[in-house]
Design a protein around this ligand. Structure first.
Ligand SMILES: [Zn+2]
Length: 164
């Protein structure tokens, strides 16, 4: 099983790659990938005290898979973002791949994400505010885009002290 040492960090070329669509025939593999994502997120939470979601490519699994765990696990396979609101909002974003850095980004206030769940059922989920930002952040990872590339301006970076 993958652990914290498998987490790709800022500067790793793979974080800038576009991940592949998951085929229905690959569904049996998803459970193992999710177990890896879950395990690494658990270790990050213990070490850094943050982390609500992780994208498969952050572990070098170059597949369009997002694992969210807030009140319980949510698995997004091949997500698509629709109905992005015109209204935007700014916030300081963080990322497990650069845990010491905050980046000020601008995100859509609302959107609807269409995806397949772990049973390959197509679902839609409309999210707002912090969940909307979370989904946009993780979706960006699938396209090789990091929050650093979304910085609002040149001063949109802030060091974060981590006490563990
Ligand atoms: Zn991230």
């Amino acid at each position: 099983m993958k652990d914290l040492s498998d987490l790709l960090l800022l500067g790793d070329d793979r974080l800038y790659e576009i991940s592949e669509l998951i085929e229905k025939s690959e569904l049996p593999l998803v459970e193992g990938w999710v177990a890896d994502l879950h395990n690494v997120m658990k270790e990050i939470r213990t070490k850094y005290r943050f982390g609500r979601a992780i994208a498969a490519p952050q572990l070098g699994i170059m597949k369009r898979l997002i694992y969210i765990n807030i009140d319980g696990p949510i698995i997004l396979i091949n997500p698509e973002l629709n109905n992005r609101s015109d209204e935007m909002f700014e916030l300081w974003d963080d990322c497990m791949s650069f845990p010491n850095l905050y980046v000020k980004v601008s995100r859509h206030r609302y959107l609807t994400v269409k995806y397949y769940d772990a049973e390959w059922q197509q679902k839609e989920w409309t999210v707002a505010d912090d969940l909307s930002e979370l989904v946009q952040h993780e979706y960006d990872h699938l396209n090789g885009i990091l929050a650093t590339m979304r910085a609002v301006d040149e001063k949109s970076f802030k060091w974060r002290a981590i006490s563990s």
